[in-house]
Design a protein around this ligand. Structure first.
Ligand SMILES: Nc1ncnc2c1ncn2[C@@H]1O[C@H](COP(=O)(O)OP(=O)(O)OP(=O)(O)O)[C@@H](O)[C@H]1O
Ligand SMILES: [Mg+2]
Length: 259
């Protein structure tokens, strides 16, 4: 039995034999507003102090994410921004390095300047920047090869916003270049209800686990009805039914099915 990394929501952990198998890659898919970012915040919260965490966000500044987390009593105040580390404003990280790819862009350009000669400039949301940033975050946290760590990437969709056809190749490249035996990865990805396929379909093929979240059609249901199902999870005899849930100030709460 592999060790498990809790997602921070007990009933979701129970669906997957206690949590994500250590060292695997899982993608949280679902439409906008369904709860992907909030679930990944709970995962950060419950693992703080237990394992070094790299928390990448393409959507919010550290400040905004910390504010949202606070609403659910998750305290991210021990986290430091990689932008502050690269900018020399902060010396070391305790247990959480936050990579705000928008905020980081300028610092990153400076840091990578030495490698840029003769190469095309590094774009903000490229896989290269992501890979470089995660490696810098490992350094700040003192994570060596073979050490355990948790990497959260919220969200991956931004990386192929302008080239969805390349998502699969990117996902493959990313997994190969970031692979480390004891690093557990949780990524979010947007699901496009109009095409019924994940935006930039490709991550699911590369991932060991898929947790899918969706909402019933709001015009028909006339309310927000959220669902979660585990579509796949390597090394796990996972639950195979859809579960209704609600997001309340208490968190991600299981709701009675058929209610
Ligand atoms: N304090 C709160 N209490 C209750 N519900 C909340 C609270 N904060 C946020 N929510 C609910 O969570 C939703 C946002 O969830 P979240 O940010 O996790 O979505 P997401 O799946 O990451 O969406 P996107 O793909 O747009 O990033 C809000 O639209 C709201 O319905
Ligand atoms: Mg989100």
């Amino acid at each position: 039995m592999p060790g498990r990394i809790s997602l921070g929501v007990e009933w979701v952990d129970r669906l997957i034999e206690g949590g994500l198998p250590k060292g695997t890659w899982t993608v949280l898919t679902g439409e906008p507003g369904v709860g992907k970012s909030i679930l990944s915040m709970f995962t950060v919260g419950v693992n703080l102090g237990k394992t070094p965490i790299v928390y990448v966000t393409t959507e919010a500044s550290f400040h905004d994410a910390a504010e949202q987390a606070k609403q659910f009593k998750i305290d991210l105040s021990t986290g430091v921004s990689l932008a502050d580390i690269l900018g020399g404003r902060v010396k070391e990280a305790e247990d959480l390095v936050f990579v705000d790819l928008f905020g980081l862009y300028r610092e990153y350009r400076v840091m990578l300047k030495a490698n840029e000669e003769g190469r095309r400039p590094v774009r903000a949301l490229s896989i290269d920047v992501l890979r470089g940033a995660i490696n810098e975050a490992y350094k700040a946290l003192g994570v060596e090869r073979g050490d355990e760590a948790l990497v959260i990437i919220d969200s991956m969709s931004a990386f192929w916003a302008d080239k969805p056809a390349l998502a699969r190749a990117f996902s493959y490249g990313l997994r190969q270049s970031l692979y480390r035996q004891n690093v557990t990865v949780l990524m979010t990805s947007q699901y496009a209800p109009t095409t019924d396929s994940t935006f930039g379909f490709g991550l699911e093929h590369v991932a060991d686990g898929i947790i899918h979240m969706w909402m019933d059609n709001v015009q028909e249901a006339k309310e927000i009805r959220r669902w979660l199902i585990v579509k796949k999870m390597r090394l796990t005899n996972h639950d195979r039914r859809a579960h209704r849930f609600e997001i309340t100030p208490q968190g991600i709460v299981e709701a009675p099915t058929g209610a």
